[in-house]
Design a binder for this molecule. Structure first.
Ligand SMILES: NC(=O)c1ccc[n+]([C@@H]2O[C@H](COP(=O)([O-])OP(=O)(O)OC[C@H]3O[C@@H](n4cnc5c(N)ncnc54)[C@H](O)[C@@H]3O)[C@@H](O)[C@H]2O)c1
Length: 279
C-alpha cells in the first residue's frame, strides 16, 4: 500500500457529511501531511475538493483521488502571491459555482529557527509569509464568494506554539501562529452575519515523518522527569486525526462554533512544565 492511497482506504465509514459541498484545501502536497489527509477525508465525505500547494507533489494527491473516482481539482499555487490566489479562487467558482469550505493548512515551522536576536528580517518575513500571509490571502480571495452565498466554513491550522506555549528559537513561528489565531477571531466577528464560521485548529505534535525536535539546551536532564511529564496520550497525532477535527468544523454539527480555537494535542498542554512531585 503506498502512502497516497493509505488514507483513502483508512478505516473510515463515509457518511456523506459534505455531500454537495465545494472545499478548498491548502498545503496538500506532502503524502503524510495534514492537508493531504484533509483533502482525502473531505472527498470521502462527498465534497468536491480543490487541492493546492506550491509543491509539485500536489498532483500526486490529485491523481490518487481521481483514480479513486473522486471529483477533484488541483492548482500549483504560491499562496503568498495574492494575484495567484485570486485567480485560483475565480477558476474554482467558474468550475463549481461556489466555495463552501476553506481549510488553510499550508505553513510550517521552518529550520534553522535562529534565536530572536540573530534572526534576519528575511527569515522573519519568510516564516510570516508562509504561515500568516498564505492564510490571509486565501481568506481574502475566498470570503467574498462565501459572503455572496451567505454560507461558509473557514478552518485555519494554527499551533499551540505562540497562542499557548513557546520553545526556544520559535519567535517567528510563534508570532505567525499567534497571528493566525487573532486573524481567525477578527474574521469570525466580521463574517458572522453572513453565516460564515471561522475557527482555528491547534494541533500538538503530528507524525508527518519530519525529524522530531530534540531539546539540547536545557540545564536539567529532563529524562529523569519523563514519568511526570508524559502526556495522557503519549504519542504524536496522526494527520488523519487532525483531519477528523477539520471535518467536524466543516460540517453542520459545529454550527454554533466560531471565532475560537480547538486544541488537539493528546492532552500535552495539561502537563505542568515543572514537575513538583517526587521523581
Ligand atoms: N507537523 C506538526 O507537528 C505540526 C504541529 C502544529 C501545527 N502544524 C501546522 O499544521 C500545518 C501542516 O503541517 P504539516 O506537518 O502537515 O506540514 P506539511 O509540510 O505537510 O504541509 C505544509 C504544506 O504547505 C505548503 N506550503 C508552504 N508554503 C506554501 C506556499 N507559499 N504556497 C503554497 N503552499 C505552501 C508546503 O509545500 C507543504 O506541502 C502547518 O500549518 C503547520 O504549521 C504542524
Amino acid at each position: 500500500m503506498d502512502e497516497q492511497s493509505k488514507p483513502i482506504i483508512r478505516d473510515h465509514v463515509p457518511l456523506n457529511r459534505l455531500k454537495g459541498k465545494i472545499a478548498l484545501v491548502t498545503g496538500t502536497a506532502r503524502p503524510r501531511g495534514v492537508g493531504n489527509s484533509v483533502a482525502k477525508l473531505f472527498a470521502q465525505e462527498g465534497a468536491k475538493v480543490v487541492l493546492t500547494d506550491i509543491d509539485d507533489r500536489v498532483w500526486d494527491c490529485v491523481k490518487a483521488l481521481q483514480d479513486a473516482r473522486f471529483e477533484v481539482l488541483g492548482f500549483k499555487t504560491d499562496l503568498t502571491k495574492p494575484k495567484e490566489v485570486q485567480e485560483m479562487a475565480e477558476k474554482i467558482v467558474d468550475r463549481f459555482g461556489r466555495i463552501d469550505i476553506l481549510c488553510n493548512v499550508a505553513g510550517k515551522s521552518v529550520p534553522p529557527r535562529p534565536p530572536c536576536l540573530e534572526m534576519s528580517v528575511e527569515y522573519w518575513d519568510m516564516v510570516m509569509d508562509r504561515n500568516l500571509r498564505t492564510t490571509f490571502n486565501c481568506c481574502k480571495a475566498v470570503l467574498p464568494y462565501m459572503v455572496k452565498q451567505k454560507y461558509g466554513k473557514v478552518i485555519n491550522v494554527g499551533s499551540p506554539t505562540g497562542p499557548i506555549t513557546v520553545y526556544r528559537y520559535c519567535a517567528a513561528y510563534a508570532a505567525s501562529k499567534g497571528a493566525v489565531m487573532a486573524l481567525t477571531k477578527a474574521l469570525a466577528l466580521e463574517m458572522g452575519e453572513f453565516n460564515i464560521a471561522v475557527n482555528t485548529i491547534l494541533p500538538g505534535d503530528i507524525d508527518t515523518a519530519d525529524k522530531p525536535w530534540t531539546p539540547k539546551d536545557g540545564p536539567r536532564d529532563l529524562s529523569i522527569f519523563s514519568k511526570h511529564l508524559r502526556p495522557p496520550i503519549s504519542r504524536p497525532a496522526m494527520a488523519e486525526e487532525i483531519a477528523d477535527l477539520a471535518l467536524f468544523l466543516a460540517t453542520e454539527e459545529s454550527r454554533f462554533i466560531t471565532g475560537t480555537e480547538i486544541l488537539i494535542d493528546g492532552g500535552l498542554m495539561i502537563v505542568e512544565p515543572v514537575p513538583m512531585g517526587p521523581t
